[in-house]
Design a protein around this ligand. Structure first.
Ligand SMILES: [Ca+2]
Ligand SMILES: [Ca+2]
Length: 106
């Protein structure tokens, strides 16, 4: 399963680069972290954003709340660059595990 692990690492590296490069742009008020409004804005600017499958909610707002809560590891209402990368890494792991589980059922 070495190829699988490498692909995951490549995706994580690309994600980290992308987030790091864009974080200051996403941080509209320049306080070094993203609040909910800034997260929403950055997501909608990038077109139609699909929440990870594990994010459940009846509405887009509810999903945003759940997504934000999952990224905001220390629950201070702000997402730092580190929290963002760690959080998205977890979603990448999740997506891979689901893909592997789905393949195992074929
Ligand atoms: Ca901010
Ligand atoms: Ca936080």
């Amino acid at each position: 399963m070495e190829g699988e692990l490498d692909l995951k690492a490549v995706i994580k590296d690309a994600m980290k680069e992308l987030i790091t490069a864009n974080f200051s742009k996403m941080d509209v008020n320049g306080d070094g972290s993203l609040d909910k409004g800034e997260l929403l804005q950055s997501m909608t600017e990038n077109g139609d954003f699909d929440f990870p499958p594990s994010i459940k909610g009846d509405s887009r707002e509810a999903k945003l709340d759940a997504f934000f809560a999952k990224l905001d590891a220390n629950h201070d209402g702000k997402i730092t660059l580190e929290e963002m990368i760690n959080g998205l890494n977890a979603f990448i792991d999740e997506a891979f595990d689901e893909a592997m589980a789905a393949m195992a059922h074929v």
